[in-house]
Ligand binder design. Sequence first.
Ligand SMILES: NC(=O)c1ccc[n+]([C@@H]2O[C@H](COP(=O)([O-])OP(=O)(O)OC[C@H]3O[C@@H](n4cnc5c(N)ncnc54)[C@H](O)[C@@H]3O)[C@@H](O)[C@H]2O)c1
Length: 267
Amino acid sequence: MWDEYFTGKSVVVGGGSTGIGAAAVEQFARAGAHVVIADVADEIGTTLARSLSSKGNHAVYRHCDVSSEADVEGVFSWVDATYGSLDVLYANAGIEWTKDVRHTTLDEWQRVVDVNLTGMFLVCRAAMRRMCDQGFGSIVVTSSPHAIATVPDAGAYAASKGGAHALVRSLALEGAPYGVRVNGIIPGTIDTPMVRREAQASSDPEEQLARMASAHPLGRIGQPFEVAAAALFLASPLASFMTGSMVTVDGGLMSGLPAGPPLSYNN
Ligand SMILES: NC(=O)c1ccc[n+]([C@@H]2O[C@H](COP(=O)([O-])OP(=O)(O)OC[C@H]3O[C@@H](n4cnc5c(N)ncnc54)[C@H](O)[C@@H]3O)[C@@H](O)[C@H]2O)c1
């Protein structure tokens, strides 16, 4: 279905070893793209690349801590040398964090911001430099509902994702004159290793997952492929008039108030 848009295109997926990123890697690769998995989970990412390659798809793994300028430059230089141009960046790498601000150390705060926001800046900057020079390209980033409405004990994570929204707007304006589009995705709760880790940290993981599911009007949590599909859409020419958009893929989560309507009406 996506072949006509992605065959032979070069795609970098930051945070592509597991979860949402891995689903996007699979969908881009199956659509005929040359996919670079840029991640720190070396073993899982290498296995994913090998598995896709063994089926005739094009995927390679490159170690890249997105918070390291040297790592990021290394991956994008490799893309220059190998493919000659860059069509798509999916900036998806992220880490979770749960602690109240009063007890968050500067190092802990810094690590979350380094990966989730500075890492996004570094990969987006590398892509923007190339895409603006070549006059085409599409960037998609993964944000979070926490950028808009959050819960207690998520200060560093929420702040890092709020920054992602502001960065998307800035990049969209800077890229537009060059034909470069930049959009973001706000996933609801998605069944990934990150969410499984969060559930495991609670006293009753199954109950926690059920509560997460019930918070979504569609009555379930999402699957990684459902977010990946939105990433492919935004990266494709089908979204040619979209830039600076933040698209929710959240089963209706952000449409409602937690306790339902605040007033009872005459019906
Ligand atoms: N799962 C959800 O419910 C959910 C909801 C909203 C937003 N998100 C966001 O979606 C993105 C993907 O999360 P996920 O749920 O698939 O989690 P995940 O933990 O399965 O995937 C995150 C990926 O990022 C990689 N990564 C972590 N630190 C990195 C670094 N410094 N450099 C490069 N790669 C790094 C991990 O190795 C992993 O492959 C994250 O940005 C997350 O904040 C997830």
